[in-house]
Design a protein around this ligand. Structure first.
Ligand code: SF4
Ligand code: SF4
Length: 156
């Protein structure tokens, strides 16, 4: 009983910290399996837009000396935009050759911002995201008449 109360308080504090202080909508779980998939299939965002053409990318590279832009090369494209692979990835050893000096974008990967431009985690990635607020919690907030038991509501 007492342990449950402690767990409850901990969950509430955690939720408050992530939502209100860190401004997050998802919890991130898991850990990197070091598969290297995310270093070889990269969408690159600039000014909140996915880079879509090589001309655009060359133009950005000429104006912005962000080191990450120097590392990546175009390997394809799809409906979202250009797909890049990082030249600092050693395919044989499956390792980042600049690991200690890797750019912030790599240090923070994966962040929930990937969802905001329609991307998703790589297949078999060791990380997963779960919403901080469940669908029923959000539904109750916007609903004029709060639903006490969401499962029952869905069955009716
Ligand atoms: S795809 Fe996921 S598991 Fe694989 S290297 Fe990237 S972060 Fe790690
Ligand atoms: S710098 Fe390293 S971690 Fe970042 S994309 Fe390149 S190989 Fe991956």
């Amino acid at each position: 009983m007492f342990l449950n109360q402690i767990k409850n308080i901990y969950q509430k504090l955690k939720k408050f910290y992530y939502k209100r202080i860190k401004n997050k909508r998802y919890y991130r779980f898991g850990k990197c399996k070091m598969c290297g998939a995310c270093c070889q299939n990269i969408y690159v965002r600039h000014n909140n837009q996915i880079i879509k053409t090589e001309e655009e990318f060359n133009d950005i590279k000429n104006k912005d000396d962000y080191i990450f832009y120097k590392y990546v090369n175009v390997v394809g494209s799809d409906d979202f935009g250009l797909i890049f692979s990082c030249s600092k990835f050693d395919k044989e050893k499956c390792l980042c050759t600049v690991h200690k000096k890797r750019p912030p974008i790599c240090r923070n990967y994966p962040s929930e911002e990937i969802f905001t431009f329609g991307a998703c985690l790589q297949e078999n990635c060791g990380y997963r995201f779960e919403p901080i607020e469940s669908f029923s919690e959000i539904f109750n907030k916007v609903s004029k008449k709060p639903v006490k038991n969401f499962s029952e509501f869905m069955e009716n």
